[in-house]
Design a protein around this ligand. Structure first.
Ligand SMILES: Nc1ncnc2c1ncn2[C@@H]1O[C@H](COP(=O)(O)OP(=O)(O)OP(=O)(O)O)[C@@H](O)[C@H]1O
Length: 274
């Protein structure tokens, strides 16, 4: 399990985000029905579930990109669902989001992509923003010469790093990652997992991580929440979740891929030769 560094001055028992009674429906299709979830300071919470169980809709509801049909989303002592659009967008600047695929602007180079939120929301001049953007790109491990490259000129792993730099541009407290290792080769995925833990430890971030990747769960997450039957079925340590008596959970954690991920994790933590 990764080393956990809670934020100073905040109790581990006070959630950063509390989701209560969340309902999401699109027409007749009910995705969430009275869903509850807590996200604690300094933790990396992995959010898993079968395809279509509403992991991305949950993420989008918390960060304000989807208006829930019902329910409350509390950021510390503020109920985000009761704020006006303008008030809410101020609080949303405390979130950084890495979308599936990176969602960088293809017509902008990396430094311009990362500068954009700094000019728009932090009121920096273009020169100041670009200087800071170069620092954020370096923080995610990108070489200095990548700054002037366009997304199409980069590997998948480099695009993810650049997208992470943009998500970190405004020094968020909470980082949301939607399938961060999707599309990466195993070596790139393992390096990105390590980067997530390093960023959390170095910056004191709280991380909400949607993933299908069992290796990511084992190497990065402090707790895991499983979405099933329109709710959070269980949110606990990986060991406890894997013991939960549920068909999907048992197949996911104890099927061939689950066993391979556990074996790989055990070898790594025991530092046995592969
Ligand atoms: N804007 C929308 N309009 C209509 N239906 C939507 C909308 N957004 C999501 N859905 C539906 O909500 C359900 C949950 O979608 P979501 O993308 O959250 O699933 P997921 O758990 O992230 O799936 P996956 O693991 O396959 O990415 C899906 O059936 C999807 O089609």
């Amino acid at each position: 399990m990764p080393e956990m560094k809670p934020q100073k001055g905040r109790s581990l028992s006070t959630p950063v985000i509390q989701v209560r009674g969340l309902c999401n429906r699109f027409g007749d299709h009910v995705v969430h029905d009275n869903l509850d979830l807590d996200l604690y300071p300094g933790e990396i919470l992995g959010v898993v579930g079968g395809s279509g169980t509403g992991k991305s809709v949950l993420l989008r509801s918390i960060v304000g990109l989807n208006t829930p049909s019902n329910g409350h989303i509390q950021l510390f002592d503020v109920d985000l669902t009761e704020l006006s659009g303008a008030e809410r967008s101020l609080y949303e600047q405390r979130f950084g989001v890495l979308f599936q695929g990176g969602a960088l602007f293809t017509s902008l180079n990396l430094v311009q992509n990362v500068s954009l939120p700094l000019v728009e929301h932090a009121g920096l001049t273009r020169t100041e923003a670009e200087e800071l953007a170069r620092m954020k790109l370096a923080l995610t491990g990108l070489p200095a010469d990548a700054a002037l490259k366009y997304p199409a000129e980069l590997s998948g792993g480099m695009v993810k790093r650049a997208a992470l730099a943009r998500a970190l541009a405004l020094d968020p407290e909470v980082l949301f990652l939607d399938e961060p290792t999707a599309g990466l080769d195993p070596i790139g995925a393992a390096a990105f997992d390590e980067l997530i833990v390093t960023m959390r430890n170095a910056l004191g971030l709280t991380v909400f991580l949607v993933t299908h990747d069992l290796d990511t769960l084992y190497t990065t997450c402090d707790r895991v929440a499983v979405l099933s039957r329109k709710k959070v079925l269980v949110a606990d340590t990986l060991e406890n979740v894997a013991r939960t008596d549920d068909k999907w959970i048992q197949e996911y954690f104890h099927g061939p891929r689950g066993r391979a991920a556990i074996d790989a994790h055990n070898r790594l933590t025991r530092q046995e030769p592969v």
